[in-house]
Design a protein. Structure first.
Length: 554
């Protein structure tokens, strides 16, 4: 945690955690302002967690969330009001500190000369030059201080880096920029194994700068919006980037606050989730220490990323309890909003064998709507045959939660989104249905495929090739068939390897005599544990399209 002193009364910091509160209080800070909306990233503690830790340290905490690049004059006024009212000094934070610095600048517009505001922020490492017209009281057009690149990629997750690497493998001279504010890149498929004690958390994380392909410019900023009619991406701090071709793959947003009370109790009272980097180790702690009681595993309404992950956590937990001799003392329930165990029927028989072996109670049509951590009660809603709804409360000793999932805020409100908020693409070419120089892939698109890293691995070469078609460097289009893969970890050492395309059609990568994906397999486990991580780091993210060459048509 690094605090920068902006004024005598105000410190600015990037994301802080509950464990930082003692140091913050020791530094003399008396109040905290959070300017980062919850759910922006998978490693981000929620504001309620921060506020609870702040209270224990004797600090006031206030929530003034700002969407990247959309700090308003009214939010500047509200920031100023808080600064007047709170005990000082105050620490304001967001992902990088940029939004907090921006709010301070807007709060002091008309009170301090613009150059003084800009120079003061610069001493702390924050560039507010793009605010100069707003600070001076003038119009704030979107085209101020723009950068320009032939190809701009929004998002440096699995999909974004893979597309950049695939493009450079085809045409090394391309002018490419990637926009992403994160410092760390996560191998999220590994979090299931962290929650089962197989991987250490550090195995799933690498410094972002080491993964951006050489020759690609990294714009370390958050995106706030798009102006496709002018080929412009809007960034935080009112900056812009112009493009000829745009690729949008920002991932999705985990809506922790979509379940009442959940953010207040995550990481405590037996409530955990493998969908967050810092919570997966807590899952393993709970599983390891479990001796008896009620264990609930939830799955929200679709779409979610890796639809098999809720079950993976359950099966691996049950396997640990069986090995520890306590499975008989566990009452395990799978509470899913869906109507079936898994969306591709061919894999259900093998999964049901484990459901029966572990004594799991299946409850379909149940959506988690509230959690009371201290009371250890979970509330579920279901629909009656008459069309009404009923709720039921269940006690728990361990609760593994998968949150509702939506497209990021800057996507949902953009001209790139469909009516449900997802990037509106052609499911075969992955080209935007309206804006032909824009492509989408990964978890935020509306193609009806599984949202998995395996899907992004197949999508990236398709997007790279079709983008070159747009540039006139290729003629035949590539098509994506909807391939996705879900290695269902049914026990430690065995996996049901689900592979399928659009419509649930089976799409095995190996002959059945070698690996029958519909049956639990030791070989599939070795693939997941030993081969897929290097395939990800050294293959997919390096532009090596092993078993992922795009199909060309025309």
């Amino acid at each position: 945690m690094k605090m920068q002193q902006l004024t005598e009364q105000l410190y600015i910091a990037p994301q802080i955690g509950p464990g930082d509160m003692a140091d913050i209080a020791t530094a003399g800070v008396r109040a905290i302002i959070c300017n980062r909306p919850d759910g922006e990233a998978g490693d981000q503690p929620g504001f309620r967690e921060i506020a609870a830790a702040a209270e224990l340290a004797g600090l006031e905490a206030h929530y003034l969330p700002v969407t990247p690049g959309q700090a308003s004059a009214q939010q500047g006024v509200e920031f100023d009001r808080l600064m007047q009212a709170l005990p000082k000094p105050v620490l304001a934070y967001c992902r990088s500190g940029m939004r907090s610095a921006t709010l301070w600048g807007l709060a002091n517009a008309g009170r301090l000369p613009p150059e003084q505001i800009i120079n003061r922020a610069a001493t702390c490492g924050y560039d507010l030059n793009a605010l100069v017209r707003r600070l001076a009281g003038g119009v704030d057009p979107y085209a101020v201080n723009d950068a320009r690149h032939q190809i701009v990629i929004v998002g440096a997750g699995a999909a974004g880096i893979a597309v950049a690497a695939s493009l450079l493998a085809r045409r090394p001279a391309l002018d490419i920029a990637i926009i992403d504010p994160a410092d760390v890149h996560y191998y999220q498929p590994g979090w299931t194994l962290v929650g089962a004690g197989v991987f250490e958390p550090a195995q799933t994380a690498r410094v972002m700068g080491a993964l951006i392909p050489r020759g690609v410019r990294w714009i370390k900023a958050a995106v706030s919006g798009f102006v496709p009619e002018h080929n412009v991406v809007l960034l935080e701090g009112c900056r812009t980037v112009r493009y000829e071709q745009l690729v949008v793959c920002p991932g999705l947003k985990l809506d922790w606050d979509g379940i009442a009370g959940l953010s207040d109790t995550l990481g405590r009272h037996g409530v955990t989730s493998n969908y967050r980097y810092d919570l997966a180790p807590y899952t393993w702690e709970l599983v390891r220490q479990f001796r008896a009681g009620e264990a609930l595993f939830t799955q929200p309404p679709m779409p979610i990323k890796c639809a098999g992950a809720p079950q993976k956590a359950m099966y691996l937990s049950c396997d640990t309890w069986r090995r520890n001799g306590v499975l008989g003392q566990a009452k395990v329930r799978f509470m899913t909003a869906g109507a079936v165990l898994f969306g591709v029927a061919d894999y259900v028989p093998a999964l049901m064998e484990y459901v029966r072996a572990y004594g799991i109670e299946l409850n379909f049509g149940r959506t988690l709507v509230a959690v009371d951590g201290p009371a250890r009660l979970a509330t579920f809603r279901s629909t009656t045959p008459e069309g009404g709804s009923v709720t039921e409360q269940l006690p728990f000793d361990l609760l593994h939660v998968v949150p509702p999932q939506i497209a990021p805020d800057f996507i949902r409100g953009s001209p790139l989104a469909d009516t449900a908020g997802w990037i509106d693409v052609d499911q075969a070419t992955l080209r935007h249905k309206i804006h032909r120089n824009i492509f989408g892939l990964g978890d935020a698109v509306n193609a009806p495929n599984a949202k998995t890293a395996a899907a992004a691995r197949k999508q990236a070469p398709v997007v790279a090739h079709n983008l070159l078609v747009n540039l006139g460097a290729e003629t035949r289009e590539a098509r994506y068939d909807g391939y996705g893969s879900c290695p269902l970890t049914v026990e430690r050492g065995k996996i049901v390897l689900a592979e399928f395309t659009y419509g649930g059609k089976l799409a095995p990568s190996f002959p059945s005599w070698l690996l029958d994906g519909t049956r639990p397999s030791r070989l599939a486990w070795l693939l997941k544990e030993r081969l897929l991580p290097p395939l990800y780091w050294q293959g997919m993210l390096k532009g090596r399209e092993w078993m992922a060459q795009p199909e060309l048509v025309g």
